[in-house]
Ligand binder design. Structure first.
Ligand code: FAD
Ligand code: S2G
Ligand code: ZN
Length: 482
């Protein structure tokens, strides 16, 4: 794959020896010290099988105290560490580049408390997102984020990547929903910022430093998050449009016409639809027609089934009359709703099955957002498929190029052009997936040198030996001691 080839192992890092293993066995117990080849091989490779490390050691701490001991020890021994959660990250951030020790918090999956009046949930970082949502469903609440990886990703990883997802347009960013964190720094210091107050203006709000830090500033061990009430009525419409201009007009109409009940607004082009239909078991297009170039999913969430449904039906009829949509269907039941979602959530899986994936996750001004897909199609011609889909509601395009086998020439046609184009349109080269290893040296397309320099000084302050997830997020050049 296109993993950065020009990264050298930092010579200041030690390699693990038998004394280290016996230390970890003493502190953690044998079951939490994994050297088994098979378990190590899956922990060394990312979800897309694009990035592969050569770690000889996977540690599974059971609580904050053990994480603190691990980091304190690794810091003193200058052993590099890669924090790992569900390992569903898409930028190579969750796996070692070389022999970094993998610290997976998956065993730290206890729910600590739920304040039933306010909906404030406190849990350990290793809780799987879907499990948290299932727990909350019984209590009349829901997780404010929802992504295709919910079955494996952990809330610690979600916070570390500042994950966006399908409900971002309704519930906003984790920077808004996360009320507190417990974080362990490289030297083992435990930062208890696990407040659960919705308002606390006492000094700098340091938890925000760790949200989106991708494991480079410390290990998140506990999360306090505000969970919204689970409302009684959810409706989902699947619509077909003839062109991108209709999609963006539909978004504007939805924001105005559906307003507060709009909970998701996703789009996919016909190339994405074709790939899902060809690669994903059971995927079926509810609105098949050669005239349909784009598909939109609109979800509404409210408190009155009849009222909400009528509102959505009126919206569809108006949109049809106005020519914004060519066809539309409202899910009649939960099964049909999940079959609609299956199409949108199946694109990532379809891409993997189709061969090599060149994945770009861009924030762009909505009126320009699809231009880059068309530009890329012109550049690549028949050498590759170009898919455009994503969270149109918050201006997040997932542009994915697909070839049966990885091809350097295709890659050269994509980068740096796509980053330069995004930068020229003042977009972000990483809307929600983070920079990881894939884009560690690309941050300058979206952040000024002064800002990156300040980030590097904060990184050095918090992790002077640079052992936390080295080679990722920030350019090596900014971290080398002058
Ligand atoms: P991992 O992949 O294990 O790690 C991700 C990063 O966080 C790494 O840098 C790692 O070092 C760090 N990290 C993990 N746990 C901790 C911790 N406890 N403390 C400190 N650092 C830690 N992402 C989106 O934003 N929106 C989407 O809609 C979306 N959809 C997806 C759909 C599919 C099918 C897949 C496979 C992925 C998708 N993703 C999406 C990407 C990925 O799921 C998210 O980035 C997710 O938040 C990663 O969580 P994780 O637990 O798997 O973390
Ligand atoms: C999504 C998943 C990753 C990708 O589906 O919303 O975040 O680019 C993406 O397929
Ligand atoms: Zn996404």
């Amino acid at each position: 794959g296109s993993a950065c080839r020009n990264v050298q192992r930092n010579p200041s890092f030690s390699t693990i020896d038998s004394d280290d293993i016996s230390y970890f066995r003493d502190v953690l117990g044998d079951k939490s010290v994994i050297q088994d080849v098979d378990r190590l091989s899956s922990a060394n490779i990312d979800w897309m099988h694009k990035y592969k490390g050569s770690s000889q050691l996977l540690l599974l701490p059971k609580d904050t105290e053990e994480v603190s001991k691990i980091l304190h020890y690794c810091n003193s021994r200058k052993l590099a560490v890669v924090p790992q959660g569900g390992n569903t990250g898409l930028v190579g951030g969750s796996v070692p580049v070389f022999d970094e020790v993998i610290v997976n918090v998956g065993s730290m999956n206890k729910i600590i408390s739920l304040d039933k009046v306010s909906g404030i949930l406190k849990c350990e970082a290793g809780c799987i997102l879907e499990n948290l949502d299932l727990f909350l469903a019984n209590e009349g609440y829901l997780m404010p984020i929802d992504l295709g990886a919910k079955g494996s990703c952990q809330i610690g990883g979600n916070v570390s990547t500042n994950a966006g997802g399908l409900h971002f347009v309704h519930y906003g960013s984790l920077h808004g929903n996360v009320l507190g964190l417990e974080v362990v720094l490289a030297d083992g210091t435990v930062l208890d910022m696990l407040g659960s107050l919705q308002k606390d203006n006492t000094g700098y709000d340091l938890k925000h430093l760790f949200i989106g830090s991708e494991g480079s500033l410390g290990i998140i061990t506990k999360v306090s998050i505000l969970t919204p009430p689970r409302l009684s009525s959810t409706n989902l419409a699947f619509l077909a449009c003839k062109d991108y201009s209709s999609c963006q007009k539909l978004l504007l109409k939805a924001k105005r016409g559906l307003g507060e009940v709009l909970s998701a607004f996703e789009f996919l082009d016909k190339h994405s639809m074709e790939l899902v239909l060809s690669k994903v078991e059971g995927a079926r297009n509810p609105l098949p027609s050669s005239l349909h170039n784009f598909y939109i999913l609109i979800e509404t969430t409210g408190t009155d089934e009849t009222y909400d449904r009528a509102k959505l039906e009126t919206f569809l009829v108006n949109s049809m009359e106005g020519g914004l949509i060519l066809d539309g269907a409202i899910a009649q039941d939960i099964n049909q709703a999940s079959s609609f979602w299956r199409i949108r959530e199946g694109i990532t899986e379809a891409l993997l099955k189709a061969g090599a994936v060149y994945k770009y996750d861009l924030s762009l001004p909505i009126e320009k957002l699809y231009e880059i897909v068309e530009e890329m199609r012109l550049r690549l011609g028949s050498s590759a498929k170009v898919l455009g889909y994503g969270h149109l509601g918050d201006g997040n395009l997932h542009l994915n190029v697909s070839t049966t086998h990885y091809d350097d020439n295709v890659f050269a046609q994509i980068e740096p052009f796509i980053y330069e184009w995004t930068s020229a349109h003042r977009g972000s080269i990483s809307a929600e997936h983070g920079l990881g290893l894939m884009k560690a040296d690309k941050i300058h397309y979206s952040k000024s040198t002064e800002i990156v320099r300040l980030m590097a000084s904060l990184k050095k302050l918090l992790d002077p030996n640079g052992i936390m997830n080295p080679y990722k997020v920030l350019p090596q050049s900014m971290l080398q001691d002058k």
